[in-house]
Design a protein around this ligand. Structure first.
Ligand code: PBG
Length: 330
């Protein structure tokens, strides 16, 4: 039997700042973060994104400076998302395979200017399709799995050839991780890692992201035919298991805060590097809450990020990465 009140007083452990610091079970560090960045065409351009206050799209020439800022703060890796010019969006997303497309130019520029930072790229067709879906669609608008996987494999190779360090399939097609791993091996990209968006839910929290990559107004229907039902968690475990069996190096749960239970479950079940994406709608919620006086912005940022660590996340994709790294470093 352990001691009880009054011999045991839990508040003793909270009675001073040094005591709280000594007893902290989890800590945030800049190396916990992956910073998502949006890219646009043009020169010396910054395009603010209305639904993501404080987040902008950057032209490729401005991007290297952003990557440098992140690296100097100790952030190990960035994730790149292109806003493809409208005239290049097609039914079959051909631009995704253009070796000189926006994202390939961005990868090469960053690898050249800031070689010490890791570059993660999304494997999915939504920034390139006229209809805004992550894959190829049939006459009825359904996303066709196996044909899509073939294109995704080519897309991953194009990104890896351009210098991507981690390819992150975010499309939720069946069988794509194995197909991509095989193609990367055959092409000599042994060190290119796969971070699978393994448990990705059909979420209402992706709205601002879709504005940022320009797919919002285009999307016909929804993504519930491939992204997961928010009601399910057993299915998330199966999804993760399959992606690992197919050769995923790391897995991701997405969105973040509303799905902390999934993070815990996945981490406990598999013990593999488990990342979590605090998505655009979560970012916007914090910014708007703080702007409305409903909470202290910095405290909201750090508390939500710490919650991911407590749940067992190995790392967090967050639009607050730079702010958080600065806050932690003090
Ligand atoms: C696209 C993709 C999405 C996000 C990351 N990759 C949106 C979607 O699936 O519609 C969302 C990220 C965010 O909301 O911050 N496959």
């Amino acid at each position: 039997m352990s001691a009880s009140f009054p011999d045991l007083r839990m508040r003793r452990g909270r009675s001073s700042a040094w005591m709280r610091s000594m007893l902290a079970e989890n800590r945030l560090h800049p190396s916990d973060f992956i910073w998502p960045l949006f890219i646009c065409e043009g020169h010396d351009r910054e395009e603010p994104i209305a639904s993501l206050p404080g987040v902008s799209r950057w032209s490729v020439d401005r991007l290297a400076g952003k990557a440098r800022e992140a690296a100097d703060l100790g952030i190990p890796s960035i994730a790149l998302f292109p806003n493809t010019p409208n005239e290049l969006r097609t039914e079959r997303a051909e631009e995704a395979l253009n070796r000189d497309n926006l994202i390939c130019r961005a990868i090469r520029t960053i690898k050249d200017a800031v070689p010490e930072i890791g570059v993660l790229t999304d494997v999915a067709l939504d920034p390139y399709t006229a209809h805004g879906h992550d894959g190829l669609v049939d006459e009825l608008g359904n996303v066709i799995n196996d044909d899509t996987v073939e294109v995704l494999v080519q897309q991953a190779l194009v990104q890896a050839d351009a210098g991507a360090d981690i390819v992150a399939p975010s499309d939720m097609m069946d069988g794509r991780v194995g197909a991509i791993r095989g193609a990367l091996e055959a092409a000599g990209h042994q060190n290119v890692a796969i971070m699978a968006y393994a448990a990705k839910y059909a979420s209402a929290f992706y709205g601002p992201f879709r504005e940022a990559v320009g797919s919002l107004g285009r999307l016909k229907g929804d993504k519930r035919g491939y992204q997961m039902n928010p009601a399910n968690i057993e299915e998330a475990v199966r999804e993760v298991e399959l992606d690992l069996a197919e050769g995923a190096d790391f897995v991701m749960v997405k969105p973040g805060l509303p799905y902390l239970d999934v993070v815990v479950r996945v981490k406990d079940a598999f013990g593999v590097p488990t990342f979590v994406y605090q998505v655009s709608g979560e970012y916007a919620m914090i910014e708007h809450a703080a702007a409305a006086g409903a909470g202290d912005r910095n405290a909201l940022i750090l508390e939500t990020l710490l919650a991911f660590k407590r749940a067992g996340a190995s790392g967090i994709l967050t639009y607050h990465a730079l702010d958080a790294a600065r806050l932690i470093r003090g």
